[in-house]
Design a protein around this ligand. Structure first.
Ligand SMILES: Cc1cc2nc3c(=O)[nH]c(=O)nc-3n(C[C@H](O)[C@H](O)[C@H](O)COP(=O)(O)OP(=O)(O)OC[C@H]3O[C@@H](n4cnc5c(N)ncnc54)[C@H](O)[C@@H]3O)c2cc1C
Length: 300
């Protein structure tokens, strides 16, 4: 029987995981990615136990490598006006062996998965963008554009869209974004700082509908800070941090990288149309990279 051709569009965590899984089963894939190099943007951080369980089942060492790289975060606290409103203790609510959320930057997750894909003989065709697709009989004809501007027409039996929140595959096959959006903005950045909380805890501070949250990153004194705010209202860290009466104030915050984003949530889609399937993100985060602004520098 003829080997079926599979093309995966997008080498983010979803596309890499799928490519790895198919390669592991002996199925060859063509994995294309429009970005010329791996993104270094500040993106996702939290990996949940179910993901670790699924990776552990593959017996490829991925789960252990993630555990070695990440920070096991057993508790999450939510504060307002100096009072603790919520204390989530994952050690009580989750079953063995992963009684924590694992904090590991998406860049590291992608690098790790990329290594495993390459180890299985896979390749990532970087700088290759899907432009269009047409269902033809039992397969799909696609138009690709390479980094040098050359266009290629290719045929595949299955096309799998792992191309993120604004999935071109989803648009091209005419599947609507099912869900709702809400107009909230946020700034996310990596900082180095010290405070009196244990280094493996996550804390969020609420203040009049806005939030500042701190998640531990690998390496001592490093945190991911996420500040949410309403559209049109730029965050004023100094005043907000003072007024939110945080029980332990950060001391000497030094920014590393930051990203300003507008969040549009929430849809979860796993849909097939003809020979095209989409493995889409549960959340969508249209992002615009932003360099660190001086307003991030804060002294208590
Ligand atoms: C600031 C921020 C914080 C986040 N925090 C968390 C978190 O803590 N926990 C969590 O679970 N999630 C979080 N997320 C969401 C998380 O980033 C996504 O869930 C995750 O990236 C989804 O992976 P993906 O592979 O489906 O899509 P993506 O990571 O978006 O990857 C899609 C890939 O497809 C490529 N692509 C797109 N179009 C084409 C095309 N036409 N041709 C070829 N390639 C294409 C893109 O270049 C990209 O590399 C966060 C996101 C942001 C922005």
């Amino acid at each position: 029987m003829r080997e079926r051709k599979i093309m995966i569009v997008g080498a983010g965590p979803t596309g890499l995981t799928l490519a790895h899984e198919l390669l592991r089963q002996g199925v060859q894939v063509r994995l294309i990615e429009k970005a010329p190099s791996a993104s270094q943007n500040t993106k996702a951080l939290g990996v949940w136990p179910r993901t670790l369980e699924l990776f552990a089942r593959t017996r490829t060492g991925i789960a252990q490598e993630m555990l070695d790289l990440g920070v096991k975060t057993p508790t999450f606290h939510v504060w307002s006006e100096g009072k603790r409103l919520i204390h989530l203790d994952f050690t009580h609510h989750l079953a063995d062996p992963y009684r924590f959320a694992l904090m590991i930057p998406q860049t590291e997750t992608e690098a790790l998965l990329t290594r495993h894909v390459l180890d299985l003989g896979g390749t990532i065709e970087r700088g290759t963008e899907l432009l269009s697709l047409t269902q033809q009989g039992e397969g799909v004809e696609v138009m690709l554009r390479h980094a040098d501007g050359q266009e290629e027409i290719a045929r595949t039996d299955w096309l799998i869209g792992c191309d993120g929140a604004h999935s071109v595959v989803r648009h091209l096959v005419g599947v609507p974004f099912v869900g709702k959006t809400f107009p909230q903005r946020f700034v996310a950045g990596n900082v180095r700082m010290q405070w009196n909380f244990p280094p493996d805890e996550a804390h969020a501070f609420l203040y009049r509908g806005n939030t500042i949250a701190f998640f531990p990153l690998p390496e001592a004194f490093r945190y991911r800070v996420v500040i949410t705010y309403q559209p049109g209202e730029a965050p004023r860290e100094r005043s907000r941090w003072k007024r939110s009466s945080m029980p332990s104030r950060p001391m000497g915050v030094l920014p590393e990288r930051a990203l300003r984003n507008q969040a549009g949530l929430i849809a979860s889609s796993r849909i097939s149309v003809g020979s095209s399937t989409m493995c889409l993100d549960a959340s969508s985060w249209p992002g615009t990279p932003l360099t660190c602004s001086p307003s991030w520098q804060h002294r208590a």
